[in-house]
Design a protein around this ligand. Sequence first.
Ligand code: MSP
Length: 655
Amino acid sequence: MSGKHFYVTTPIYYVNDKPHLGHAYTTVATDAKARFHRLRGEPARMLTGTDEHGQKLEQAAAEAGRDPFAFATENSEKFKALWKKLNIAYDDYIRTTEERHKTGVQEIWRRAEAAGDIYKGEYEGKYCVSCENFLTDLQLDEGKCPDCGRPADPVREESYFFRLSKYQEPLLELYERNPRFIQPDSRRNEIVSFVSGGLRDLSVSRTSFKWGVPVPGDPAHVIYVWFDALSNYATAAGFGQSGSGQGGSESGFPADTAWPADQHFIGKDILRFHSVYWPAFLMSAGLPLPGQIFSHGWWTVEGQKMSKSLGNAVDPHWLIEEYGVDAIRYFILREIPFGADGDFSHGQLIDRINSDLANDLGNLLYRTLNMVRRYRGGKISRGEGDGGEEARLAGIVREAAARYEAQMEATDLQAGLRTVWEIVSAGNKYIDAAAPWALAKSGPEERLDSALYHAGAALRVIAALISPVMPEAADSIARQLGLAGDWLSAPFAELVDLYKMPGDLDTDLGKPLFPRIEEDARAALEERVAARIAAGSETVEASDSEGEGLISIDDFRRVELRSARVEAAENIPKSKNLLKIEVSLGEERRTIVAGVARHYAPDELVGRTVVIVANLKPAKLMGVESQGMLLAAEDEDGLRLVGVEGGIRSGSRVR
Ligand code: MSP
């Protein structure tokens, strides 16, 4: 562990859309890890946030007809709302549009530049906007992005490059020196072989859109969104805030910084960015490296790749409403080994709720407190006496708690939970063997008290150990046992020691923690799932432009039409058809190459208010970059431009 805190992070999420199950998974796992460290009495710091720059966001905002920042803010709030509902106890939430981040990113850039690792060139190749990833022809899969399967765009533009090639050896040394830098091992091996195959320098700036952090000293370029996004882990820890300025060599972190992070939790799809680019950027900037990158697997839903319609059936808000927050947190961490892929099925979820939560844990709590109420008027007292069963239970708890600690430490969250259920099962067996109902009839009373104390004490240990994953259930068990409100702040060694439970407790048996989902409720739930899948596909179909040739209102809104005033126009040498036109959209000026030369003389255009498509990809025509398109109507007799009447402000949206 570094510094004063155990510092653990989630990826920062793209805000082009609302959060889904995959995002919830990474975040719940990270939260559970942070809470585990807090449980052990270590201060832990959890960071999450949103990745708000880049072409994907700029496009999504334009499609929605929104200003990028307002659009990002609205979606970032959706992530925050879900984290609240999922009981995520994060300490900091960073948005890459915040000043503290932007200054920090620029400082990392300056340091990399000062190290001689950044140079200007031209990028020519493909770009996947969805993954925000540069791709070579070799990587493409029939013209499509190998990761997300979407078509990749050709890109040719001036770009700064980062000398990634220089870091091939240092990275291999890092993986060698710190074999746990990338986990799980299978993923580490993939990365080692990828890096061993050689690294090409990486394009780290873009010029064809604006939505990003400007390159220091060259604001025509915005910093590549992954360079920007990865830096969040350091900027949130205060990097670049001290005003150290122009690529300084001092640490750049405040004295009490949490950096370096101990662990970055991420999905396997973004491993390369985290385990190759990120440490290389840090090495270049002369900054300490994080301790570990833990890459988890991907969820399918009901055996299929998560799609819009299936996503609707696992919408995290809806899942929480149907099953309860802790059942969901438990299921996603218990169902599959952390690091492997898995399938989310409602049937499996219901089975787990019924067996692990309702039957095993719920029953242990219910039968214990029910007997305490019936035989002892709700009071747990210490009692004397050990029939051998007690010592056995204490031994199992001791051993299991130590094993749990090692498993959670190693981020084997599934194994940690399985270990807790060994205690649950030992608790149930203990009650069967101690048979308090027989002791209640024929005594001795001391033994009855001891049996109820031991069963309650096992529940207290269980509550402590499930608290990182199921914080509400843990608190509810503690409350029902009659423990004090601050029960969880006791030292870990005491929390897992049966005999450290107070010997005089007023219990309060509440409603069942996890009610069983009976057959009729199960059938009704399955119907609701099917209805959601169907509703999800309807939304997808409604937005599908193929079919009857109709488009939805959302499809139409993707086209950003704006009013523009023609400021200047001129012929393009050697072209009979094209005019070069300068238009103003308020603050912004654009050059548009339009095929209107046969219909208008340049002078006729100046001063008119026309309508342009403002979010068209720029294209070069006769050596001039055209940044939009004029709208015009055409028939056999000629072509007339579409205009806007009266004194409308330039740049106004046309709907
Ligand atoms: N913005 C980048 C991360 C930048 S970190 C410096 C990004 N964002 S994301 O919103 O697309 O995804 C974030 C996380 O969600 C990733 O860890 C990804 O693996 C996870 N998941 C997205 N879909 C998933 C599943 N179907 N299953 C499990 N996790 C998945 O990438």
